[in-house]
Design a protein around this ligand. Structure first.
Ligand code: CA
Length: 232
């Protein structure tokens, strides 16, 4: 259901941090340290996107990307590099990379670019949640066919509830995992956001059937169905 990412990064700290964060975003991540391991992984299974460091110990990311393209693998490739020169950026695109991000980068920018690449090139998983249709990777929500604008926090809450679909989630858990205990968020804040989500997913928000209250415990979201579209 979630997108499968291959992360190729030789620096252990960055590999771990990126891997953890991407998993938290709901992606399935395989993280490897060099082109040899990446090649092995590519032969074993399908990926939806490859995040590829340029400076690898055994092969440059440019060379590895060109190798993938030469054998007909067209999964989107996002290159990471500490290099800034324009000619190297051109090398990146000429090797068949789809996008390019200079280190150090902001995690949010990486996430935005991943979503954009997946939206542009990939399969999309659409979930039916009450009367809403949710594209997690594309960060798009429609209610009865009409696009809905959600704040980043509300989308994060929706994504979290979907990830924990069918389970009872406590307010405390939401404060910790969605709000990271930041700012002045309280359980009241959670309730307000749940109310906003209900206006998106429920036919009748006063009679919730999809995002239900589990009395004394918290909330539970029931996802009706998921389906994956073909390549766009
Ligand atoms: Ca490197």
């Amino acid at each position: 259901m979630s997108h499968r990412l291959l992360l190729v990064e030789d620096e252990p700290g960055l590999r771990r941090t990126l891997g953890d964060r991407l998993r938290k975003e709901g992606y399935r991540v395989e993280a490897v340290a060099d082109a040899t391991a990446a090649r092995h992984s590519v032969q074993q299974q399908q990926h939806d996107l490859i995040i590829l460091d340029v400076m690898l110990p055994d092969l440059s990311g440019f060379e590895f990307c060109a190798e993938l393209r030469s054998v007909g693998i067209d999964w989107p490739v996002l290159m990471l590099t500490a290099l800034h020169q324009v000619d190297q950026r051109i090398d990146g695109f000429e090797s068949g990379a789809d996008d390019y991000l200079n280190k150090p980068f902001d995690m949010r920018e990486l996430l935005v670019r991943i979503r954009a690449l997946l939206r542009r090139t990939g399969r999309r998983t659409l979930l039916t949640v009450g009367c809403a249709e949710v594209d997690l990777a594309g960060t798009q929500v429609h209610r009865e066919g009409e696009p809905v604008q959600l704040s980043a926090r509300l989308f994060e809450l929706l994504a979290y509830m979907i990830e924990h679909g069918g389970q009872t989630v406590t307010r405390e858990q939401l404060l910790a995992d969605v709000w990271n205990h930041r700012g002045v968020a309280s359980t009241r804040t959670v309730d307000v956001h749940i109310g906003q989500l209900r206006r998106i997913v429920e036919h009748d928000p006063s009679q919730p059937k999809t995002l239900v209250t589990v009395h004394g415990l918290g909330y539970r979201l029931d996802v009706q169905s998921t389906f994956t579209t073909g390549h766009s």
